[in-house]
Design a protein around this ligand. Structure first.
Ligand code: TYM
Length: 334
């Protein structure tokens, strides 16, 4: 019997700031869950990272730290291609080509560009605006079927689809048109102090974000302070009870229990007990990941070997697509 080829899955995380439980719940834990069923490419998006000024030593350190985190969370480098974006030149090359299929107006309208321009008004560089095109290049190079991401990336995956379709229409089918994949629970984890906005690595108030590097006491303290409401009832209602619903999502994601199970478990309990239980569930899950990440981080030789092999495998797949593109657009080949 001929085995059916697996569908291709692609995602990436930027090695910037401290990663939050939002990054874990919305993205990384899903990479682990999906790795057996798909051919996976997971990148460390350091080229996206420099659209906001980075300290070079920190960027280098965070790149390895993110790799150690991927591995500590359970992404298996034997099964998945794990690599650093800048190690595969095809990303920059395809990005340049796709720029000529992307309109300035549509980039100016992107929500994240508008947000980041407001936050970094002193450095609204071309890269910041071009960010979604580089992301489209990432995804399209690998003939990706699915892109597991958090909800904040929906618009970027949409534009990747538009660009792919535009190119395919001008020439002939060249790129697979990818689809975003969102998890039912946890596609948007919100800030603990302002549950109307997404939990972010770069939030002004660090108490609203739980970082993957936070120790147990810090995690519990942050959850204890989380904003809820005055109803004193633990039920999921993301419109009217944003704080409580956010905590239920976190609890569900970290324990593997459904939202309904979580609601039943806390029926009749007070918010104090509930917040403590959520904090404990998170801290309990993070501790072994942190320990493993620290061990792996110390083994630079192993990490470099993973990246070398990842870059080689990624480049092979990426160059195949890039060669097709160059041929179609009329770049002379020797
Ligand atoms: P980044 O580094 O901002 O975030 C990495 C992943 O974490 C998800 N995420 C969240 N999910 C739920 N709740 C939250 N509060 C939360 N915060 C972040 C993000 O949706 C993302 O999935 N541009 C991307 C990186 C990237 C990429 C790609 C992703 C570069 N190329 C190609 C997919 C495909 C980014 O900045 O993610």
């Amino acid at each position: 019997m001929v085995e059916e080829a697996k569908k291709i899955l692609y995602s990436a995380v930027q090695p910037t700031n401290n990663l939050t439980i939002g990054n874990y719940v919305g993205a990384i834990r899903n990479f682990v869950a999906l790795q057996n069923d798909y051919d996976c490419f997971f990148a460390i998006a350091n080229m996206h990272a420099i659209t906001v000024r980075q300290n070079p030593a920190e960027l280098r350190q965070r790149t390895l730290s993110l790799l150690a985190l991927y591995l500590a969370c359970g992404i298996n480098p034997e099964k998945c291609v794990i690599y650093v974006q800048s190690h595969v030149p095809a990303h920059a090359e395809l990005c340049w080509t796709l720029n000529t299929f992307t309109y300035v107006g549509e980039m100016e309208r992107m929500t994240q560009f508008k947000d980041k321009s407001a936050r970094h008004a002193d450095n609204i560089n071309m890269g910041l605006m071009d960010y979604p095109v580089l992301m489209a290049a990432d995804i399209l190079l690998y003939q990706t079927d699915y892109v597991p991401v958090g909800l904040d990336q929906r618009q970027h995956v949409e534009i990747a689809r538009d660009i792919a379709q535009r190119f395919n229409n001008v020439y002939s089918p060249t790129f697979k048109v990818p689809e975003a994949m969102f998890m039912k629970v946890g596609a948007k984890i919100n800030d603990l102090l302002d549950p109307s906005k997404k939990m972010s690595k770069s939030s002004e108030n660090v108490n609203g974000s739980v970082f993957l590097s936070d120790d147990k006491d810090t995690v519990i303290r942050k959850f204890k302070r989380a904003v809820t409401d005055s109803e004193a009832c633990i039920r999921y209602d993301s419109e009217n009870k944003r704080g409580v619903s956010n905590l239920l999502s976190v609890y569900s994601a970290f324990t593997g229990k459904s939202l309904e199970e979580a609601e039943r478990e806390f029926a009749g309990k007070g918010y104090g007990d509930f917040k403590l239980a959520v904090g404990e569930a998170v801290a309990e899950k993070l501790a072994p990941i942190q320990k493993k990440q620290a061990e792996l981080f110390a083994d630079k030789e192993y990490l470099n070997a993973v990246l070398r092999s990842g870059a080689e495998r990624a480049a092979k797949a990426a160059n195949r697509t890039l060669a097709k593109v160059y041929k179609k657009i009329g770049f002379y080949q020797i």
